[in-house]
Unconditional design. Structure first.
Length: 612
């Protein structure tokens, strides 16, 4: 099927002006004569990794990303973004290899589909024989590789963002004033004026603006909802703003908007719920029930950090903090969080694995720093020591320890839903029944933390929805990849990894066993708890190299002298001090964080103020 007159002139222009600038016109006509047009809705797959390389593609309209595959079935990580004029899939055709990456339409996309046999003939006859064309071709290839290598810092993930108000125009106007005030200083966004929204051809207006500006924000009030369908065709991301009291199932407009039959809603992934205060009705769970992939951001008007956090999310410059599974050492993250707070480093989202996820969740649910540092942390310290103590040995056979100490900690989280928290949060667990990694972005916080911290062999596994869950350290001890799929490529990921594998006791095992049998007090040596925990963390660190590469700041102090288990050497005070000092050193050494450090009183010693 050849290209019809509807697309021919536009296709010829794109090939001539962008894709094959040095090729003669008759070569371009030859390409178009044997090619055809395909249309992809946002979210549709162009090709998958390991697919046969049968076609090359040129983008006429829209945007496509190549993606890093997540083997656990979770959302893939966009790595490189391509727009009008870009040539895709040609390398695998030239080299006769399968596809090396996953390619997905980020917005509605029109492409020229060129058969691989034809493309190879064109390449051999007209590109290799034309020095200028060959330079352009390989220059583009080198540029693509550079973009891929620098993707974690420099790519624009959301060129066009739409903030759509669902019957919350007053809240949108207030938010717009704040965005304008921040933007005068930050200059991160080009904000489309209401006058420009009157234009009948909003699609062309936004395309023209995209050529001139890196980030475009469209503030779309509910009163102009008739423009939403047109904007959905081109937007990279749509954020819905609504009041926290809205019950989405009762709104026919929302049911239709989020219907699976609606192919234009792929990029509606964020919901901002506005609440008067923390005691207000929060229907975040109802929104998640509408679509499980929705990420809820709660904006509490009483929280002075909420609006700046929302602004960073809109700009794609959010700061995420990852807490690696580290056993008892994870209490050192208390010092790290204190350092981030003291140096005014924003925390826009927290994610973690195992017992460390409990530390992150506790930081979020506590209403004041004093409640966290001086009340919650001592309680966690006390009951983690109990939970991992030999006094809690279990004879049931399901686990070595009873887990009663952990259950006491988790009771403090009974009344919280993850999607309703003031700061976004996730934790990781392992679904043994389905043999896969699971990321918990919503659900009852108590249950998800219990699943994430159920150290296999040590603490009892957890039954949720007829599936058996154990500690996330089995599959992903340092979930930077999960965080990076949320915090866009221009955002920042601070990774705290205190899970350095410790050296187990050295010596002759047979001699120690003899001593153990003769000495009742030492019969439990070598420590089975330590062997189980060390083995678990070793397995979960299989992604370490990728996690380091996806992090902007990777903090990993040498903690090998301190045990994963509570002992006399691993005191709360020492771990907090190590975490604090390591984080301060990293903060001071990173140029992108310097703007947050102003007003810092360097003479204070906040560690001593919070040591318990």
């Amino acid at each position: 099927m050849t290209i019809t007159s509807q697309w021919y002139d536009e296709a010829f222009s794109v090939l001539q002006q962008q894709t094959f600038k040095k090729c003669e016109a008759y070569v371009l006509r030859l390409i178009l004569k044997s090619s055809y047009i395909i249309h992809l809705n946002a979210g549709e797959v162009l090709f998958r990794k390991n697919d046969l390389s049968d076609y090359a593609y040129v983008i006429l309209r829209g945007r496509v990303s190549t993606q890093l595959l997540q083997e656990n079935g979770s959302e893939n990580i966009p790595m490189v973004f391509f727009s009008k004029g870009a040539l895709l899939g040609e390398i695998s055709i030239i080299s006769d290899t399968a596809r090396s990456m996953h390619a997905v339409a980020q917005r509605d996309t029109i492409l020229i589909c060129i058969h691989g046999t034809l493309f190879k003939k064109i390449y051999n006859k007209y590109i290799l024989s034309n020095l200028e064309q060959m330079k352009l071709f390989y220059s583009e290839l080198l540029d693509r590789n550079r973009r891929l290598l620098s993707s974690t810092q420099k790519l624009v993930s959301h060129a066009i963002t739409v903030l759509f108000s669902f019957d919350a125009d007053a809240e949108l106007n207030f938010l717009a004033e704040f965005i304008h005030s921040m933007n005068r200083t930050e200059k991160k966004l080009f904000i489309v004026s209401q006058e420009q929204l009157h234009d009948k051809n909003i699609y062309d207006v936004l395309l023209a603006l995209e050529k001139e500006h890196k980030h475009i924000l469209v503030l779309l009030p509910f009163s102009k909802k008739d423009l939403l369908d047109s904007i959905l065709d081109i937007a990279d991301r749509v954020i819905v703003l609504a009041k926290g009291t809205v019950i989405p199932f009762e709104q026919s407009f929302l049911r239709e908007l989020f219907s699976r039959k609606n192919s234009h809603t792929f990029n509606i992934k964020n919901i901002v719920l506005v609440h008067e205060n923390s005691s207000s009705v929060n229907n975040a769970t109802e929104w998640v029930a509408l679509r499980k992939t929705l990420r809820v951001i709660n904006y509490f008007k009483e929280d002075p950090t909420a609006l700046p956090r929302l602004y960073r999310d809109i700009c794609g410059t959010s700061i995420g903090v990852v807490l690696s599974g580290a056993g008892y050492r994870g209490l050192g993250y208390v010092g790290a969080l204190k350092a981030l707070q003291d140096y005014h480093i924003p925390i826009d989202i927290i994610g973690g694995t195992s017992l460390s996820a409990i530390i992150g969740a506790a930081f979020i649910v506590c209403k004041t720093p004093d409640e966290f540092f001086n009340k919650m942390v001592p309680m966690i310290n006390k009951y983690i020591r109990i939970a991992l103590s030999w006094k809690e040995i279990s004879l049931s056979g399901g686990a070595l320890l009873t887990g009663r100490g952990l259950a006491t900690i988790l009771k403090r989280f009974d009344s919280f839903m993850i999607e309703a928290l003031r700061i976004p949060f996730f934790c990781v667990s392992c679904d043994l029944s389905a043999k896969r990694e699971v990321h918990h972005f919503h659900g009852q916080l108590h249950n998800m933390l219990e699943a994430s911290s159920a150290l296999p062999g040590l603490l009892p596994s957890v039954l949720l929805n007829d599936h058996i869950f154990v500690d996330g350290s089995v599959v992903n001890n340092t979930p930077v990849d999960v965080m990076r799929s949320i915090v866009t490529q221009e955002g920042m990921v601070i990774t705290l990894d205190f899970g350095t594998i410790e050296s187990l006791e050295k010596g002759n095992p047979a001699e120690r066993f003899t001593q153990n049998m003769n000495d009742k007090a030492r019969r439990i040596k070598p420590d089975l708890r330590k062997i189980l925990l060390t083995s678990l963390l070793m397995h979960g660190q299989s992604k370490e190299e990728m996690n380091i590469s996806l992090s902007n700041i990777y903090i990993r102090p040498d903690l090998r002298q301190y045990s994963f288990l509570p002992d006399r050497a691993s005191t709360l005070n020492k771990l907090i001090d190590i975490g604090y000092k390591a984080t301060v050193e990293a903060i001071k050494g990173h140029p992108d964080l310097q703007k947050y450090i102003s007003l810092r009183d360097t003479t204070a010693d906040p560690v001593n103020e919070t040591v318990v």
